[in-house]
Design a protein around this ligand. Structure first.
Ligand code: FAD
Length: 455
C-alpha cells in the first residue's frame, strides 16, 4: 500500500490501541471520537470504573509497548472472594499460584493509550466528531462536528469501526445485503456503587480478590482501585419479585441491601446517593457478520462483538482483535484483502466468548455458592496439578491462555460431561480424590483420543 492512511472511528480502548499499532507500522492515522478529550475532562479525576485485564489484554499492550506502564497501576486479583448472606468469606483461586487477573482503571488506561498514540506525529485525534455513517456505495465517511454543527464527508481508503456496541459504522453495514446482525438484551441491568477507602486510606476489603456476593438470581461484585476504594456493581433483574422495579424508596433500597448484602452496607456510606444518582444500565450481546466490507471497512471490538461482562473478556477480546490483526500484518504486510479474509474467521471465536460470558453469569451469581460447584473447582485444580499435559480448566483457557475462544467453548462442553459423571458418584464429597475419580478421568481422556483419531 503506497498511501498508508487509515481512519479509526471511536477513541475508546480498542480504537486508541489500534491507532498505536498502526502508527508503529508507518500509517497516518486519523482518529475521530464523538466525545470531548477525556484528558481535559473531569471524568478521569472522578470515580474510577475498573476492568479486569487478563492474558489476551496484556499481550496486546506488550505489542504496543505499554505493558509495564499499565502493570504498575494494576491490582492483581488472584481469586474470587465470596461473601455469604451471613457474611462468611470463602476464597477461590482463579488459577495457579502466580496467576491473577488485574483490576485496571478504564479511564486511566484509555488516557494512557491516548497519550502514547499522541506521541506519534502520524496520529491525529479529532474529538467532538460524531460519525453519522459510511457511504457504502462510494468511498466517504460522514462526521458531524458536534461543537460547530458542521457536517463533513471525508475520503477514506481504509476505515476501522471501533465505535462500540452501538456502532454507527456497523449501522451503515447493517443496511447492506447479506449482513447478519443480532442484538440481545439480558433481562438484567447493572448499577455502579462505591466503597470508599477506610479512614486511614486503606482498603476496606482484601484488595487482591474480586469480591462476589452471589445470591442465586442476582449478585454484587467489587473490584479494587488504586486509591483504596472499590467499584461495586449490582447485577439485578429489571422486573420481578426481587428487581430494580421494586427499589424506589430509601426504605426499599436499604431493606434490600440489609437483607442480601449486610456485610457490605457499612462499607458504603453513600449507598443511597449512589443508587439514586447512578443510572441502571443494560447488558447487550451483539453478534454480526461479516466484519469487513469491500476490503476497506473493518469492525473491531464491541462494534463487532459486544458481550456481557461476566467473563471479564469484552476489552480483552477487543485487544486480542488488535494483536491478531498485528500478527496478520506480519504475515501479509499491507495486503488488506488477505488480512481481512483471515481475520473474518475470528467470528466463531467472538460468538464462543459471547456464549461463555452468558454462561458465566449463571456461574457467578448462582453456582459459586453451590457446594457441588465448589467441589468441581477443587477437582479441576487437582486435575490441573496432576495431569498438566492433559487438563486445563476452561476458566484458565479463557483467562490465562491464548487458546481460541471457540476451542475453550468446545472444551467446556467436554468438561461438563466429565464432571457430570464424576459428580454422580455416591458420596463424592468424601471421595473426590479416590481412584474411581481418576479412572473416570482416564476413560474421558481415552474417549477424546479416540474421537480425535477418528476425525
Ligand atoms: P468502547 O469502549 O465502547 O469505545 C467506543 C468509543 O467510540 C467511545 O469512546 C465512544 O464515545 C466512541 N463512539 C461511539 N459512537 C461513536 C460515533 N458515532 N462516532 C465517533 N465515536 C463514537 N471487559 C473486560 O475485558 N474486562 C472487564 O472486567 C470488563 N468489565 C465490564 C463491566 C461492565 C459493567 C461493562 C458494561 C463492560 C465491561 N467490559 C469488560 C467490556 C469493556 O468495557 C468493553 O468490551 C470495551 O470497553 C470495548 O472497547 P471498544 O473500544 O470496542 O468500545
Amino acid at each position: 500500500m503506497e498511501n498508508k492512511k487509515a481512519i479509526i472511528v471511536g477513541a475508546g480502548l480498542v480504537g486508541t490501541l489500534w491507532a498505536i499499532l498502526l502508527a508503529k507500522r508507518g500509517y497516518q492515522v486519523d482518529v475521530f471520537e464523538r466525545r470531548g478529550d477525556i484528558r481535559k475532562a473531569e471524568l478521569v479525576g472522578g470515580r474510577s470504573i475498573n476492568l479486569a485485564m487478563s492474558h489476551r489484554g496484556w499481550k496486546a499492550l506488550r505489542k504496543a509497548g505499554i505493558e509495564d506502564t499499565i502493570r504498575k497501576v494494576a491490582i492483581p486479583m488472584s481469586g474470587r472472594k465470596m461473601h455469604s448472606v451471613e457474611g462468611n468469606l470463602q476464597f477461590q483461586p482463579y488459577g495457579l499460584e502466580d496467576q491473577a487477573i488485574y483490576s485496571v482503571s478504564r479511564g486511566g488506561l484509555n488516557l494512557e493509550l491516548m497519550n502514547i498514540a499522541d506521541d506519534f506525529s502520524s496520529v491525529r485525534f479529532f474529538f467532538n466528531h460524531k460519525c453519522q455513517g459510511v457511504d457504502t456505495r462510494g468511498t466517504t465517511i460522514r462526521f458531524k462536528d458536534t461543537q460547530s454543527g458542521e457536517v463533513k464527508d471525508l475520503e477514506a481508503d481504509i476505515i476501522f469501526g471501533t465505535d462500540g456496541a452501538f456502532s454507527a459504522v456497523r449501522g451503515s453495514l447493517q443496511r447492506t445485503p447479506r449482513f447478519n446482525y443480532s442484538q440481545h438484551y439480558l433481562d438484567y441491568g447493572y448499577k455502579e456503587l462505591h466503597i470508599p477507602p477506610t479512614a486511614d486510606g486503606g482498603f476496606a476489603l482484601d484488595k487482591n480478590a474480586l469480591h462476589i456476593w452471589p445470591r442465586g438470581q442476582f449478585m454484587l461484585i467489587a473490584l479494587p482501585n488504586l486509591d483504596g476504594s472499590f467499584t461495586c456493581t449490582l447485577f439485578l433483574a429489571y422486573e420481578g419479585k426481587v428487581s430494580f422495579e421494586h427499589l424506589n424508596t430509601d426504605e426499599e433500597i436499604l431493606d434490600f441491601f440489609n437483607t442480601y448484602f449486610a456485610d457490605a452496607v457499612p462499607l458504603m456510606p453513600d449507598l443511597l446517593e449512589d443508587f439514586r444518582d447512578n443510572p441502571t444500565a443494560s447488558l447487550v450481546t451483539v453478534r454480526c457478520e461479516p466484519w469487513t466490507y469491500q476490503e476497506r471497512i473493518l469492525l473491531m471490538g464491541d462494534a463487532s462483538h459486544a458481550i456481557v461482562p461476566f467473563y471479564g473478556q469484552g476489552m480483552n477480546s477487543g485487544f486480542e482483535d488488535c494483536s491478531l490483526l498485528d500478527d496478520l500484518m506480519d504475515e501479509h504486510s499491507d495486503d488488506w484483502p488477505s488480512i481481512f479474509e483471515a481475520f473474518g474467521q475470528r467470528v466463531d471465536d467472538a460468538n464462543a466468548i459471547a456464549d461463555l460470558a452468558l454462561r458465566n453469569f449463571i456461574e457467578m451469581r448462582d453456582l459459586v455458592g453451590d457446594p457441588l460447584f465448589l467441589l468441581r473447582k477443587k477437582m479441576e485444580a487437582r486435575f490441573l496439578q496432576k495431569y498438566p499435559e492433559h487438563f486445563l480448566p476452561v476458566y484458565s483457557m479463557v483467562t490465562f491462555s491464548h487458546i481460541p475462544y471457540s476451542q475453550a467453548l468446545a472444551e467446556s462442553h467436554a468438561q461438563d460431561e466429565l464432571f457430570r459423571k464424576i459428580l454422580a458418584l455416591p458420596n463424592i464429597e468424601q471421595r473426590w480424590e479416590a481412584p474411581e475419580v481418576d479412572a473416570i478421568f482416564q476413560q474421558w481422556l481415552e474417549s477424546r483420543q479416540v474421537a480425535l483419531n477418528t476425525i
